[in-house]
Write a new protein. Structure first.
Length: 260
């Protein structure tokens, strides 16, 4: 299927690691021009080199997405350099384990880390998205609807991302800007691997326990499967899809996990 993404300028936050990296690689392979916004210098430089060596274009801006000024600069520099913005993938964030027992300052910091830049980037990009009739994909999490325990900040941020998805979908109808969200559940990324290895005495056994609860094929979702869905939602092949929550999770949220 041709997604017709050639030369589309698409901003991907946290686009050089984990799910974000997979999204960047996928849209670049489809001919789009990814623009990565992140603080991860080494990983970003390596990814840019690989994409450019393959003959595709890719750009990046390094900085702190918690700073409103950086979000504004990313948009301004992208338009100055490339002349347009066709899509935004809000992806950057971390399950930081800020729970009820943490103080309110930590909770507010978690929201800053995981939520505010979703709004900030779209706010500054809005005039250009109106011109291109662009698309927005918010990467949320199953935690927004299931809870997890001991992660109030992350859960609140992810729930707010879903609310913003519906709110923006309504607000942007007159401009034919589509807004959708993807909710991953258990996806093996370097960060997930680090969590397993640093948290459990037997991380391999814990990984097998988690996989046993995933209804479809008893395996984790791959970052590439999230990326493929994201690319589709960015493309005109999903031209009448907006305000939707996509659960790319092997049935984890909605199917009975006692299934054998």
């Amino acid at each position: 299927m041709n997604l017709n993404l050639s030369d589309h300028v698409i901003l991907v936050t946290g686009g050089s690691k984990g799910i974000g990296e997979a999204i960047t690689r996928t849209i670049a392979a489809e001919g789009a021009v990814p623009v990565i916004a992140t603080r991860s210098k080494t990983a970003t430089e390596q990814l840019l080199k690989e994409i450019r060596d393959s003959g595709q274009k890719a750009y990046a801006y390094l900085g702190d997405l918690e700073e409103v000024s950086f979000c504004k600069t990313v948009i301004e520099n992208t338009v100055k350099e490339l002349g347009r913005i066709d899509g935004i993938v809000n992806n950057a964030g971390v399950n930081d384990g800020v729970g009820l027992e943490n103080d309110p300052t930590a909770f507010r910091k978690s929201l800053s880390r995981n939520l505010y830049h979703y709004f900030d980037l779209v706010h500054y990009a809005l005039p250009y998205l109106k011109e291109s009739k662009g698309a927005i994909v918010n990467i949320s999490s199953k935690v927004a609807v299931t809870g997890q325990g001991q992660t109030s900040g992350y859960a609140a941020a992810k729930g707010a991302q879903l609310a913003l998805t519906r709110e923006w979908a309504v607000s942007l109808l007159p401009f034919s800007i589509r807004v959708n969200a993807i909710l991953p559940a258990e996806v093996m990324t370097p960060l997930y691997r680090k969590w397993l290895d640093s948290t459990f005495d037997n991380p391999e056994a814990k990984e097998e326990e988690i996989k046993s609860r995933i209804p479809l094929e008893k395996r984790m979702t791959t970052a590439q499967e999230i990326a493929a869905a994201t690319a589709f939602l960015l493309s005109d092949q999903s031209s009448h899809t907006t305000g939707q929550y996509w659960y790319i999770d092997g049935g984890y949220v909605h199917l009975d996990r006692s299934l054998k």
